[in-house]
Every structure is written in C-alpha cells, then in structure tokens.
Design a protein around this ligand. Structure first.
Ligand code: GLN
Ligand code: ZN
Length: 763
C-alpha cells in the first residue's frame, strides 16, 4: 500500500427492498426455478457491488453474498454435509443446501444459533462423519464474477478455519488440532487458486479471537496461519476480527499475515494499540465506523481517532473500514420518507456508512481540510438531534432517579405465588401452551399493508384482527391447548410493534436486516427518551380473553429484547435507555392486570445474545438485564403469573440470571439441541416452572408423536413433571396454518399420553 485506502467488510445481502427474500421464498414455494432464483440473486449481487464501486470504496468484498448463511456456505464449500441427507459425494446441490438449513421430510434441519452477540443466526456445522474436501471454490467464483462483469478487483471474504471449527459441533475437543490441520490444508487449496487468479487481498474472518481461547489454541491458530503464509506468500491476508477487542492481542497481532482487522467501536482496540503498539510493516484495517448501529458517525471525532491511531501506524498502512460487516444494518436511508428530518439527519445505513468511510480515508490521504465540509455537516446534523426535545425529557429522567429496591421485588416468594396461581388457574399437570404468535398468513400481511396504505379503514382492519383472534381461539380450544394466546396478528414484528407505540421510538419503512435465512427484521430506532404513551396490547388481549374460559396470556416483548433488537441512540448509556423501556412496560403490565389478564408473558428472546463477548463486561450486563426485567414485572399481584420466553440453547452460562428474573414460568427454545439443554438441569437446580420447546418451529416439517414424546420424556428425566410445561420452541408466525394445526395436534396428543403415564406412576 502506498496510501490510506477505504474498505468494506461485508455488504447486506437482502437488497434495498428485500428483493433477496422474495426471490428465495418464491423458489421455496415452487413458484420459480433454480435458474430464475440464481438469475435474480446474481442481478442483485452485481448491483450491490456496483453501488460500492460507485461510492468509491477501494476494497470491495466479494463472496460475502449468500443464499442463506455464510457459515453454511463454508460447510458446503468443504462438503460438510450431515449424514442424514444421504449425501454420497460428488456434486452437492441447492436442494441439499436448503434442506440442511430448513429441514426436509425425514431429515431434521441443522441447529441454528446466534452469530456471536448479534441477532443473525448461522447454521451450526456438523462435523461428525464429515470427510472434508474442497467441493467448490466459492470465493474464487465470486472474485471472477466481479472482475469479469464489473472490472472490480475484489477482496474475497472467507470465514476463517479457527472460527469455523470453534462454531462447529460433532467432534471431540481433543481432535481440534488434527481438524485444524485438515482444514488448513483445504483453505490453502482455496487460497492458492485465488492467488493464481490474481487476487491481491483476502479477508479471513476470525471473530473467534475476540472471545477467550486457550493458549494452546492460539498457538495452533498461529501455526495454521504460518502454514497459510508459507503456501500463499503473495496473497495479502487480512485477519479480520470484530464485535470486540482481540483478547490475546499481543499474540494475535504477531500472526504472519499482511493485515489485522480490529474493531474500534465495540471494543477498546485503541487502548491495546496505545499500550502494546502495532507491529511495524503490518497493515491495520481499522474498523471505526459502527457496523452494527445506524447513527451517523461524528466524522470529526472519527478523524481524531484516526489521527491518534496514526501515532502508532503510518497512514499508508491504514485501511479505513466499518467495525464489522454491514450485514447488521439496513441498506440505505435514501428511501425513507416518513422519518422526521431531524432524526433522519442523524442516521447512516450501509450506503451512508460507506460514504463516511470513503470520506475519512480521503481525509487521511489528502488532509483534513479537504473533507472539512463533510465533517461540518455531520456535526451540525448531530447537534440538531442531540438538542431536540426528543433527547431532553426531564420527567423520564426523574422517574428513573427516584426508584427504590422495593420497586423491583415481587411481594412474595415464588412458593407462595405458585400456590395462589395454581388455585386461580387450575391447570392440568404438564400444561400445554404456545409461545405467542400464530401463523401470519399472506392474508394477514396483505390486510395490514392495505391498512397502512389507508386502502381500508381502521374499523375494517380492527375487525379483521378480531376475526383472526376469534378463529384461532376456537382452533386452540378444539386442539385442547390449556393456556391460549391471542396470536399477535396485529404485530408485524415483536419489537417494531412496541416501537410504534412508545414515545422515543421511530420505525423505518425499509430498515430491514437479516435475522435467519430469508427472515428479516426491521429494528425500530430508539432516537430519544422512552416513555409510555397509551395501552399497547390491551384491546387484543381483553378481546381474546372474553371469548374463552381458558386463560389467555397477555403478550409483551421485554425490555432487554426491545433494547437489543432496536437501534439505540448512542449518546447516553444503554442501560439508561433499558430502564426507561422497563418503566414504560411496567405501566402496560399494570393495565393488563387491572383488566383481568391472569398470565402475562414478557418475552426476552434476545437476553442471551446481548451478553457481551468480553468476560469483564458480562456480569454488569446480566445485572442490568435482571434489574430491568424485574422493574417491568415486579409490581403484579402474587396470583398473576409472569411468563418469559427465550430463544437460544446456551442456557448454562446465564443460568443464575435467568433464575434472577424471578419469572414464574419460563419457556425456552431447544428442539434443535434438546439433549444439551436438558443436561444443564442435571447440574443446576431450577425451582420455578419451565417449558422446553418440544418441537422445532423453524422447520416446515410436522414432527411425529413419538419424537415429541421422546423430547418430553427426556426432559422429565431431570425436571419434575410438576414444573414442566409443554410448548413448541418458539412463536408460530412463520409457519403455515395447516403445518401449525398439524403440529399442535401432535403436540397435545403426545402431552396427554405422557400426562397419563406420569399420573399412573404417581398414583
Ligand atoms: N411471543 C413471540 C412469538 O411467539 C416470541 C417470539 C420470539 O421468541 N422470538 O412470536
Ligand atoms: Zn423464541
């Protein structure tokens, strides 16, 4: 390098208007052919590359595109295909690819789990029985495509071997060294072809280095990169980390690679450089524009940061880039027409972030004076927003300041509450329920769109919601579920719905980000102080309850999840915003209770994923999460039952915090990793009530009664039937109606069968 350059780590896959999602779903529904799917996604991909080229990004990532998930792509590249798909070598095809991701006929899908501390989900590689070989050189194909079609000399992106293996399952820890050797050889094959094809830079993503690895593993990793370096000496490898500062900084920066990518936004990489320096001759890929949040960068501040970095690294050895892939932010703010200009002025999505990066790199190259205008505009727009009434609500600030310990404690202990709740609810042993949402059919979605476009009146829309609730209360009664839900038909998204109703929040029109597969979420913007405005869920809950004798759960999204799944303004501490949300929800819960709702579920699916990656930040986060949950829920009477729901499998690490929430009943998503979760109960004693998901809702496949029964029985080996609830492992909104009814019938049947067996043994 002879001068500072700009770079991107990864670009969103979904398109400005979610064209990607539509193309995929059309194909899955059998409405388009494989050729059509590939043609459409190729068009999209080239368009996105062209945009980055036009924005002036020097190093454009290629191969960051995916038809589902980049971890699954890596598995596919190396032929890591679980045995149950009957793959016998030879060419692997797209139907197998989607089958692994989504499940198919008799073959259950691979486990899906959250990508580090994000809301992006990857498909967990299963290495059991795998005989890895290079099946297809994906990055090479993408490199050549960009070169031929657009004249872009791209930067191929691959998920690194250490991270890939650490995220995989199906092998013994003692086999890690051998596996790493095997995979390193395969990576070398891929990289050699890239080198031959003329690639200059390659980005190898190793976010695992921001977590804690043993000294032995770091040493093995160093050896792997040594081998890679020997094999492809001309290739300039960027060892890319993100989401935190590198844990073993001193060792990792010495790895024999051309460049190290560090995150200066979500980790204190600056202190590391100041303390330990940065190796001479190495390039620093400096992630200084937030790749995970949507607020406009204060360019002057960022420029000063770069100047500080320059004290340790020469400017011709600096690459300016986002802190992580831009996969985690929406594509562009250009189409947003309904956001207050004061707020919009403070926002940057992917395209705008790339503009910031290009400007900053230019500043380093040609001097600050040349970009002064851009710096001034950014400061002025940010100042306007910071001084606006949105961010200066005194009343909210005071309510938080006057809280006492009593505000976050239920009146009685769990044992006492349980007794009163049992009397009031009178449920059978092993009660059945669902997690909240019921199928959002295209009719539901289309009706909402019509209402939003004002093509139908509020009354028509509300009547439609009521009819949907009524229909499904009846269905649930017929299936004989014990605790019903209203179905969440009025919600597009569990966070956005609240975002539209609380003060301090805003929603975007096109601010989508990928969550898993084709599923995208549209996180609200928390741009100012949060407070309760008027009841948000009351109408639907009360209506649903009026239709049945059985209890219907009130359904809210919890404070931690609202925080973690929103784009939160970054000018105040996150936990302040968290407590503001909790106080607003507390008012909602009190209103539900006053109106006769006996069970209130406060979902916290995002609690685990928000856990900081750095060891020393974890406890502070968990304490704040527990505090906020209790602040939201603790004011209810003893006989009002508080439920919570979480979506992840890694329960063990946060067991104490979950217990600390003091929720009466918790349901957890588990069915793609049932055994592992159940085993945590052998080591911990959990006294409250619990429902472990007994079937996987992420797959369209209807489970068999035997499977569900087995899942229940397995759980009952460690959890008392008196504590156990039976439910699917997550909300059902993404499933079709017949799939849902079919699966729930099987679930209730299995529950009844086990109930009989248990009752017989008790007698
Ligand atoms: N109540 C929500 C639903 O059923 C919970 C969703 C979730 O856990 N992500 O859709
Ligand atoms: Zn869930």
């Amino acid at each position: 390098m002879t001068k500072t350059i700009s770079s991107n780590i990864g670009y969103p896959r979904i398109g400005e208007k979610r064209e990607w999602k539509r193309a995929l779903e059309k194909f899955w529904n059998g409405d388009s052919s494989e050729e059509e799917l590939l043609a459409e996604t190729t068009k999209l991909r080239l368009n996105d590359l062209k945009k980055q080229q036009d924005l002036g990004v020097d190093l454009i990532p290629v191969g960051d595109f995916s038809l589902y998930d980049h971890v699954l792509d890596t598995s596919f590249m190396f032929g890591v295909i679980p045995e149950r798909y009957g793959y016998e070598g030879g060419k692997v095809d797209l139907s197998t690819y989607f089958a692994i991701a989504r499940g198919e006929k008799e073959a259950v899908a691979s486990e899906m789990t959250k990508w580090f501390n994000t809301n992006y989900h990857y498909i967990v590689p299963e290495l059991n029985h795998a005989k890895p070989t290079v099946k297809e050189n994906r990055p090479l194909a993408f490199y050549q495509e960009a070169k031929e079609k657009l004249g872009i000399d791209g930067k191929p992106v691959v998920l690194g071997p250490v991270t890939y293996l650490k995220l995989s399952k199906g092998f013994d820890e003692k086999d890690f060294p051998q596996l790493l050797k095997t995979f390193t050889a395969l990576y070398i094959e891929v990289l050699k072809e890239l080198e031959e094809a003329g690639a200059r830079w390659v980005q190898i993503d190793e976010p695992i280095f921001v977590t804690e690895l043993s000294a032995a593993d770091i040493e093995l990793a160093r050896q792997a990169y040594d081998e890679i370096h020997q094999a492809v000496p001309k290739l300039k490898i960027i060892l890319q980390t993100y989401f935190e500062a590198v844990t073993d900084y001193e060792k990792v920066v010495e790895f024999p690679v051309a460049a190290i990518g560090l995150d200066f936004v979500h980790g204190d990489s600056l202190s590391l450089i100041q303390k330990h320096g940065f190796p001479k001759g190495k390039v620093l890929a400096a992630g200084i524009v937030d790749g995970r949040n949507v607020w406009r960068a204060d360019l002057s501040e960022k420029f000063s940061l770069l100047e500080e970095i320059q004290k340790y690294v020469d400017s011709d050895h600096i690459i300016v880039q986002p802190s992580s892939s831009l996969l985690h932010v929406p594509v562009t703010k250009a189409s947003e027409e309904q956001i207050d200009p004061i707020i919009l002025g403070g926002i940057s999505f992917a395209d705008e972030k790339l503009q910031e990066i290009v400007a900053l790199a230019k500043g380093l190259r040609v001097g600050k004076a040349q970009i002064q205008k851009a710096l001034d505009i950014a400061s002025a727009e940010l100042e306007l927003l910071n001084n606006s009434p949105y961010r200066t609500n005194k009343q909210v600030k005071e309510s938080l300041a006057t809280l006492t310990d009593a505000d976050v404690q239920r009146t009685s202990t769990f044992d006492i509450r349980l007794e009163k709740q049992r009397q009031r609810l009178n449920l059978p042993l092993l009660p059945t329920t669902t997690i909240g949402s019921l199928p959002q059919t295209s009719e539901v979605r289309q009706t909402r769109t019509k209402w939003r476009k004002k093509e139908i009146t509020n009354e028509t829309y509300e009547q439609f919601i009521k009819d949907s609730i009524q229909k499904w209360i009846k269905i649930q009664e017929e299936i004989d579920i014990d605790v019903l839900v209203h179905g969440e038909f009025e919600r597009t998204d569990m966070v956005e719905y609240f975002g539209e109703k609380l003060n301090g929040f805003g929603v975007t029109q096109f601010g989508w980000v990928q969550s898993y597969g084709s599923r995208c979420v549209k996180p609200p913007l928390i741009f100012g102080d949060v407070s309760f405005d008027k009841p948000m869920t009351l109408k639907e809950s009360v209506y649903a309850q009026s239709l049945t004798e059985r209890p219907v759960k009130g359904m809210l999204t919890g404070p931690v999840t609202i925080l973690n799944w929103s784009f939160v303004h970054d000018d105040v501490p996150r936990f302040t915003v968290l407590n503001q949300i909790a106080l607003a929800l507390r008012e909602e819960i009190e209103v539900l209770e006053e109106n006769g709702i006996k069970i209130i579920q406060v979902d916290e699916p995002a609690l685990r994923e928000g856990l900081p990656l750095a060891a020393d930040k974890k406890q502070t986060y968990l304490d704040a999460a527990v505090y906020a949950f209790k602040l939201a829920t603790a004011s209810v009477e003893d006989d009002t039952q508080i439920h919570t729901h979480m979506c992840y499998s890694d329960f063990n690490k946060i067991f104490d915090a979950i217990d600390g929430l003091d929720a009466d009943v918790i349901s957890i998503e588990t069915s793609r990793s049932h055994g592992e979760l159940v085993s945590t109960f052998e080591e911990n004693t959990y006294k409250k009530e619990i429902g472990l998901g007994v079937y996987d809702i992420h797959s369209p496949r209807i489970p068999s009664e035997a499977e569900i029964e087995q899942n229940i029985t397995r759980a009952l080996a460690t959890i008392s039937p008196k504590q156990f609830w039976i439910n699917p492992d997550c909300g059902l909104k993404t499933r079709k109606e017949d799939e849902t009814i079919g699966a729930l019938k099987v679930m209730v049947k299995a529950a009844k069968k086990v109930r009989e067996t248990v009752l017989a043994t008790v007698k």
